[in-house]
Design a protein around this ligand. Structure first.
Ligand code: SAM
Length: 236
């Protein structure tokens, strides 16, 4: 599979700060995080959520494949006076001892790879958890997106062209931006799981699926929800 995820534009990876506090409050509540909870933020990008979890008292380890993002994350943690640790790592090859209370894959960061590799990501997260620890995966809810599907959209200076590949159950997108008089093209390919499929993937990774949510306000998942958030637990 093409490694589009290594070539994506930074804009597509760095979410705006607005709404981030609500997302963090959701995670703290849904994962039962407390002062001292050890959290694996995979991938962490520039530490948007990780830094907030650190302010909430968590011991955060952030991983990402992008060294620049990790530098930004380290810098932000330093500037805000919280500690965290960071390492460059491919999501498909997470290598941690089973010590974390929680592992999160947050904001549309799941489903970048083949089904077998997406399972590897989940297995790596599960392996990093202590028995009884929790995982949170967050994706767009494909049922919501497909019901309103628009193949061409404008986002400020960006043009987004999308196609749903029904056979592979992937959203194939192309982000187009005019940069310095040149048209630059950034492809994206994301496997969007249904809730049933994601629960099955959790079980295959040795996780027990628990609550499913549809928004950062903690409302339960419904087919009409904007997001699909699934929490799973490693058995004791
Ligand atoms: C949507 S952003 C993550 C956002 C972050 N979780 C948040 O909530 O703000 C996706 C991240 O995945 C990282 N990434 C892409 N492919 C990766 C891979 N194979 N291994 C590790 N990180 C990867 C990108 O560098 C990017 O920082």
């Amino acid at each position: 599979m093409d490694d589009w995820f290594l070539k994506a534009h930074e804009f597509l990876y760095l979410k705006e700060e607005e709404g981030s506090d609500e997302e963090t409050r959701f995670l703290v509540a849904a994962l039962g995080l407390q002062e001292g909870s050890r959290v694996l933020d995979a991938p962490c990008a520039a530490g948007r959520i990780g830094v907030r979890l650190a302010h909430a008292g968590c011991q955060v380890t952030g991983v990402d494949i992008n060294r620049r993002f990790l530098l930004l994350a380290r810098q932000r943690f330093g500037e805000e006076g919280v500690s965290g640790s960071f390492c460059v790592m491919d999501l498909r090859r997470l290598a941690f001892r089973p010590a974390f209370d929680a592992a999160i894959n947050w904001w549309s960061s799941f489903g970048y790879f083949s089904d077998a590799e997406n399972l590897q990501v989940l297995q790596g997260m599960a392996a990093a958890l202590r028995p009884g620890g929790c995982v949170a995966i967050e994706q767009p809810n494909r049922q919501w997106v497909l019901r309103r599907f628009v193949p061409g959209l404008e986002y400020g200076p960006w043009r987004l062209l999308s196609r749903w590949d029904a056979a592979r159950e992937r959203m194939e997108s192309t982000w187009v931006l005019e940069e310095a008089g040149e048209l630059k093209v950034y492809p994206m390919s994301m496997r969007w799981y249904t809730l049933t499929q994601l629960r099955r993937l959790f079980r295959r990774a040795g996780l027990v699926p628990e609550a499913a949510y549809g928004a950062y306000d903690g409302s339960p998942y419904r087919p009409s929800s904007l997001r699909l958030i699934l929490i799973g637990r490693k058995p004791e």
